[in-house]
Design a protein. Structure first.
Length: 588
C-alpha cells in the first residue's frame, strides 16, 4: 500500500485531536505502541495538548482518571490495539460510576484483519459495553469519506459526554503503512475544512437550556420548618462548605462523609449510630437532603433506609449526574443540578425571609459528647495494645497505628491534597477522624484496590499541589508499577502505606475462619523499602506518631519528589480495635 495511506491516517488523527481540544481536552495520556502512531505523532504536533506517558495501560487509565478529577475537564487516552485496549477497562468502569470525562482513543487493525488470525488483533468494537456513555467505531481513513462526517460524528459523541458525563470511546482502525507519508498530497481533500481550520469552536455546536433543578426554591421552602437532616457525600470541599452553611441556616444536623473534606458537630456518626439511644433521637427526622453520592459509612446508609422506608421520611438527592444513585431503591426525588448553585439559591431565599433555624436536634447533646470523649480516650489508650511495644509514653511518642493515623487526619498540613485508597483505612477515617478543610479525593465508584497510586499521581499532576496518599499494602502491591509516575514528579508528595500484611478488612466481614487467611487476607510478608529504591523514591519506616508528623511536615515544606512512608502493624490490630470500640459505643 502506498505512503498515501500513512498520510491519510495522520490527517484523520490531526482533525480528530484538534476537534477534541475544542471540547476542552488539554491533557492526553499515551502508552507506547506502533498501531497508535498516527494519534501519537499528531498529539505531539498539537501545541494545545500536554502529553503524559506511561508504559502500563492499566496505570495510564487511572492516571488519566486522576487528571480528570483534578481538572474537571475531559482527558484523552491513546493506546495501541489488542490487550492494551482491555487493560483500560478498570479505569473506565470507575470513571463511568463517578462521572469523570475520559476520551478513550484506541488504535485498531482495519476490519479485514480482525477475526482472521492477524497479529495483535481482537474485536475492539463495543469492548467497553455499558461502561462508556457513548462510543464511535470509525472506519479506516479514506478520501471517499468526507472529513465533515468525521467532525460531526465526533461532535455528536462529545456533546453526549457533556450532557451525560462519564467516559466515551473512539475506536480508530489504521491500515498500514503507519509511518511516513506527506499530508500535502491530500491538499484538495483538506480544503473542505478551511473555515473550520481558522475557527476555534467545535464544528457543530449544541445549545441546550441549563437544567438546574426540578424543584425550585419556592417548592423547597415547604421543607424549611420540618425536621430535616443533610447528608454530604463525595463532593468538593467548596460544595461541602456550602452544605454546612445551609444546614446552619436551617438548623438541621449534617453528616459529612470523609470524601467531602469537611466535618461537623455530628462527627463519628458511623460509631454513635450504633448506640440505640442516639439513633432513636434521629427518628423524628422528616426529610433528608443528600448532596453527592458514595457514602462510606455502612451505619449511615442503614439509617437512611430505615428513616425513608420505615418512617416515611422524604428523600431528596441533589447531584448533577443523571444516573440513579439509590442502592436501596427508596422513593427519591433526584434534583439534577450543580450542587453549589442550587444551595446558593436556597441560602438567598432563606436570607430574604429571615428564616429562623429549627434546631430540632441538640448540637451539644451530653450523651453524644460522652461518646466523643470515649472515642478519644480509646484511641489514646489503644496505642499500646495488640503487640506493639512502647515505653508507656503518651501523645505523639506513642507507636504509630492505623487507628491513630486515621484519628489524626486533621493534623495533616492543609497545603496538601489528600487521596484515600480503598482498604480498612478509609473505614477507620470514617469512624474516628474529624478532619476539616481538606481537598480529599478517592476512587469510591467501583471501590477497587487497583490503580490507586496511578489515580493519585494523576491528581497531583493535574492540581500541581503537594499531596498525601493513604494506601493499604495489598493495594500498593497491586499498583506497584505506577510508582514510576511519582518518580518523575518534583512536587513534594507523600505516600503512606499501612502494612498489616494482607487484607485486614476481611477481619470485619463474616468470612469462614478456616479459609480467612489463605483465601481472603492472603498475607504476603513483603515490605516496601526496596520498591521505593527501585523507583527512586525516598523511604522511611515510621515507628511513632511524632516521627510520622515530623517527616510529613518536613518533606512537604522542604522536600522534593516523593517520600514513601511505611507503617507496619500487626495484621489483626486495627480490626480488633474497631470491634472493641463498637462494643464500647453500644454499651454507653
Amino acid at each position: 500500500m502506498s505512503q498515501s495511506q500513512a498520510a491519510l491516517n495522520r490527517i484523520w488523527s490531526e482533525v480528530l485531536l484538534e476537534e477534541l481540544t475544542r471540547f476542552g481536552v488539554e491533557n492526553i495520556c499515551i502508552a507506547p505502541g506502533s498501531r497508535s502512531t498516527p494519534l501519537t505523532l499528531e498529539a505531539d504536533a498539537n501545541s494545545k495538548l500536554q502529553i503524559h506517558t506511561h508504559f502500563d495501560e492499566r496505570g495510564l487509565g487511572f492516571f488519566a482518571l486522576g487528571l480528570a478529577k483534578a481538572t474537571n475537564q475531559p482527558v484523552a487516552i491513546v493506546v495501541t490495539s489488542g490487550t492494551a485496549v482491555a487493560n483500560l477497562l478498570p479505569a473506565i468502569a470507575e470513571a463511568n460510576l463517578t462521572g469523570e470525562k475520559l476520551v478513550v482513543l484506541t488504535a485498531d487493525r482495519p476490519i479485514e484483519l480482525v477475526g482472521c488470525g492477524a497479529n495483535q488483533a481482537i474485536n475492539q468494537n463495543g469492548i467497553y459495553s455499558s461502561h462508556v456513555t457513548g462510543s464511535l467505531n470509525l472506519p479506516s481513513p479514506s478520501t471517499s469519506i468526507a472529513l465533515n462526517w468525521l467532525l460531526t460524528s465526533v461532535d455528536q459523541l462529545m456533546h453526549q459526554q457533556k450532557a451525560e458525563q462519564g467516559p466515551v470511546h473512539i475506536n480508530c482502525p489504521f491500515p498500514e503503512p503507519l509511518y511516513g507519508g506527506d499530508k500535502a498530497e491530500h491538499k484538495d481533500y483538506l480544503e473542505s475544512l478551511s473555515s473550520w481550520e481558522y475557527s476555534t469552536a467545535p464544528y457543530t455546536q449544541r445549545v441546550e437550556p441549563l437544567f438546574m433543578s426540578n424543584m425550585d426554591t419556592t417548592e423547597f421552602s415547604r421543607h424549611w420548618q420540618r425536621k430535616g437532616s443533610i447528608v454530604v457525600g463525595s463532593v468538593s470541599l467548596t460544595e461541602a462548605n456550602k452544605a454546612k452553611q445551609l444546614a446552619q441556616q436551617l438548623g438541621w444536623p449534617i453528616f459529612c462523609d470523609p470524601q467531602s473534606g469537611a466535618s461537623s458537630a455530628y462527627k463519628h456518626y458511623d460509631l454513635w449510630l450504633q448506640n440505640s439511644e442516639q439513633k432513636a433521637k434521629l427518628s423524628p427526622c422528616e426529610v433528608i437532603v443528600q448532596f453527592g453520592s458514595r457514602i462510606v459509612s455502612k451505619r449511615l446508609n442503614q439509617w437512611l433506609v430505615e428513616q425513608i422506608a420505615q418512617r416515611n421520611a422524604e428523600y431528596i438527592f441533589v447531584d448533577p449526574q443523571r444516573d440513579r444513585n439509590n442502592q436501596a431503591h427508596l422513593p427519591q426525588r433526584h434534583i439534577v443540578s450543580d450542587i453549589a448553585p442550587w444551595i446558593d439559591g436556597q441560602l438567598a431565599a432563606l436570607d430574604e425571609v429571615a428564616h429562623e433555624p429549627s434546631l430540632w436536634l441538640d448540637v451539644q447533646d451530653s450523651h453524644r459528647n460522652q461518646i466523643f470523649e470515649a472515642i478519644e480516650v480509646f484511641v489514646r489508650e489503644s496505642a499500646n495494645e495488640s503487640g506493639q511495644q512502647s515505653d508507656k509514653q503518651s501523645g505523639d511518642d506513642e507507636p504509630a497505628t492505623e487507628l491513630k493515623v486515621a484519628h489524626q487526619m486533621g493534623r495533616l498540613p492543609q497545603l496538601a491534597d489528600v487521596f484515600i485508597g480503598n482498604s480498612l483505612f478509609v473505614r477507620l477515617v470514617d469512624m474516628v477522624s474529624s478532619a476539616e478543610g481538606y481537598n480529599i479525593f478517592s476512587n469510591r465508584g467501583a471501590s477497587g484496590i487497583d490503580g490507586l497510586i496511578a489515580t493519585s499521581a494523576g491528581l497531583t499532576a493535574g492540581r500541581q499541589k503537594p499531596s498525601i496518599t493513604f494506601i493499604g499494602d495489598t493495594s500498593l502491591l497491586y499498583d506497584l508499577n505506577s510508582l514510576t509516575l511519582f518518580s518523575r514528579r518534583k512536587m513534594p508528595s507523600v505516600i503512606v502505606v499501612t502494612n498489616n500484611d494482607g487484607g485486614a478488612i476481611f477481619d470485619l466481614l463474616p468470612v469462614p475462619s478456616e479459609q480467612k487467611s489463605a483465601l481472603y487476607q492472603m498475607p504476603h510478608g513483603f515490605g516496601f523499602e526496596y520498591a521505593a529504591k527501585q523507583f527512586n523514591l525516598a523511604y522511611e519506616r515510621i515507628q511513632t506518631m511524632s516521627q510520622y508528623h515530623q517527616r510529613i511536615e518536613q518533606h512537604l515544606e522542604q522536600g522534593e519528589g516523593t517520600l514513601l512512608i511505611e507503617i507496619v502493624t500487626p495484621p489483626d490490630q486495627a480490626s480488633e480495635q474497631v470491634k472493641k470500640l463498637s462494643q464500647l459505643i453500644h454499651a454507653l
